[in-house]
Design a protein around this ligand. Structure first.
Ligand SMILES: [Zn+2]
Length: 101
């Protein structure tokens, strides 16, 4: 499938659990983008990682879910400056990005 075929996938920014017990939000293990609740992982590669500027790991596309990550990872907050905070996931997940605000 071409990357353009995945444009209907909607990344979500919140980590809320799905409304239905049978749905889960799948997360790309490479870039950590989370997608809308579904019964199964998105087909094919993650659209972000399938972009020519990104990459899919040599082992191929891998997916996880927020519920799986919550058992082994936690979010940490770090004060960078008096008015700048950062949030990141530990241990590192995906590319290990931190967000500042
Ligand atoms: Zn990805």
């Amino acid at each position: 499938m071409a990357a353009s075929e995945y444009t209907t996938l909607t990344p979500v920014l919140s980590g809320k659990e799905s409304d239905s017990g049978s749905l889960d939000c799948f997360i790309c293990e490479c870039c950590n983008v989370q997608y809308a609740p579904a019964k199964a992982p998105p087909p094919g590669d993650c659209p972000v990682c399938a972009d020519e500027r990104q990459f899919v790991k040599p082992g191929g596309q891998a997916w996880t879910t927020l519920s799986k990550l919550s058992g082994s990872h936690r979010n940490s907050f770090l004060r960078m400056e008096p008015h700048i905070m950062a949030i990141g996931t530990e241990p590192k997940s995906g590319i290990g990005q931190w967000r500042c605000w």
